[in-house]
Design a binder for this molecule. Structure first.
Ligand SMILES: [Zn+2]
Ligand SMILES: [Zn+2]
Length: 131
């Protein structure tokens, strides 16, 4: 029994139990309030995946967690934006490490005298249903 259960938006059962709890509280009916809280917690454990696992970022009210995708490496990339009217457009392609991208930039600058690059970093994330 940790934090109080919060109704999940759009879930009729949550709404019904939360309303029952709020009405019991308003009527100073402590045991009815506790009953509704327990039912709400049980319902959420069944229907919404229960309490979040430790060490994960959790969307409030939504039973999904977001984690770095361990099966895919982050990607570093540089794109040459030198040029008078249009970008040169040469690209390092996705690389596994920033040093590889810098090496590509040095070579490209050596060959072309181009000096401006747009650099990007991409990582993969997966949403996991809590259950
Ligand atoms: Zn619900
Ligand atoms: Zn270039």
């Amino acid at each position: 029994m940790s934090r109080p259960p919060v109704p999940v938006p759009g879930c009729a059962a949550c709404e019904e139990l939360a309303t029952r709890r709020d009405e019991a509280r308003a009527a100073f009916d402590g045991s009815a309030e506790t009953d509704a809280k327990v039912l709400l917690r049980q319902h959420q454990g069944r229907e919404h995946g229960g309490p979040p696992a430790a060490g994960r970022r959790i969307f409030r009210y939504v039973p999904y967690s977001i984690a770095q995708d361990a099966s895919a490496q982050p990607e570093y990339e540089a794109y040459c934006v030198s040029g008078e009217e249009a970008d040169c457009g040469a690209s390092s392609g996705p690389r596994q490490a920033p040093a590889e991208v810098e090496e590509w930039q040095r070579l490209h600058t050596q060959e072309t005298r181009h000096l401006r690059y747009r650099r990007s970093f991409a990582a993969y994330a997966v949403l996991e249903k809590q259950d």
